[in-house]
Design a binder for this molecule. Structure first.
Ligand SMILES: N[C@@H]1[C@@H](O)[C@H](O)[C@@H](COP(=O)(O)O)O[C@@H]1O
Length: 261
């Protein structure tokens, strides 16, 4: 697990955009796993700038969704499909035909979950998965005590996550769905490169548990310790509870630039 402490969210966005540019130059039809939430937005902005500057061609890239609310119509502005359309596909000029995601409106949700999990495998697997982290250590919508071997399935949100996400629903928690579809932790761990971003003091405990805590379903993101290629990118505030922060800084400062993340 590599931990990179960056001065601010914009620097983190540029670092991840650079990793995606390198990936696309090596594999133009890469499957890029994207997350919602406010943390990854600087990545999408930096990537859009790099693509517009001609550094990478996204005409063959494919995009995979991490999670989705159950029951929100697909065209609801806060369905994750709509959010990703707005924040990722439209700015990058990627057509919907290149987008893979679960159907949050399906009448048979377990079947929709299994179909999406299968589709990810059949499409060759995710090459680079962008992740945010919840204040309780969730990744995707795998809440604490999710099985570390879980596959894509329906989950129930904790009260804390619904409170955190109410800001996207005019601050009204009653509008935040209780149920979601999320790639499982086992599914997420199949991506070739996992890049988790965390910014702000509110994520400091979750980051410390993820990086330095025991591997435990109580902090779902700690499962990333099992993955051979995980990069954790944090700002100073989110890194503030890491005991090994100086070691991580030293390691990254002495890494050859050609190596990337
Ligand atoms: N399902 C999403 C997660 O994928 C995201 O990581 C988390 C944190 O969001 P933010 O980056 O806005 O703090 O929010 C939601 O719960």
């Amino acid at each position: 697990m590599e931990v990179v402490i960056v001065p601010d969210a914009a620097a983190g966005g540029e670092l991840v955009a650079e990793a995606i540019v390198r990936l696309l130059n090596r594999k133009p039809d890469a499957l890029l796993g994207v997350a919602t939430g406010s943390t990854p937005l600087p990545v999408y902005q930096a990537l859009t700038a790099r693509v517009r500057a001609g550094d990478a061609d996204v005409s063959r890239v494919r995009i995979a969704q991490l999670d989705e609310y159950v029951g929100l119509p697909a065209d609801h502005p806060e369905s994750y499909r709509s959010v990703l359309h707005r924040e990722v596909l439209t700015p990058l000029g990627i057509p919907l035909s290149a987008f893979l995601g679960p159907d949050g409106t399906a009448s048979d949700v377990p079947a929709a979950c299994a179909a999406y999990d299968r589709a990810l495998t059949e499409s060759g697997g995710v090459d680079l998965q962008i992740l945010g982290i919840g204040t309780d250590g969730h990744i995707g919508f795998n809440e604490p005590c999710s099985s570390l071997a879980s596959r894509t399935r329906i989950k129930t949100l904790t009260e804390q996550t619904r409170v955190d996400n109410a800001r996207f629903f005019d601050g009204d928690i009653t509008q935040v769905p209780h149920h979601v579809i999320t790639q499982g932790i086992g599914t997420i761990l199949e991506a070739r490169h996992l890049v988790l971003l965390a910014t702000g003091e509110g994520k400091a405990d979750a980051v410390a548990s993820t990086v330095e805590g025991p591997i435990s379903a109580f902090c779902p993101a700690s499962a990333l310790q099992l993955h051979p290629h995980t990069t954790i990118i944090t700002d100073e505030a989110a890194a503030s509870k890491l005991k090994l922060a100086d070691y991580f800084r030293h390691t990254y400062a002495n890494k050859p630039a050609w190596q990337g993340i």
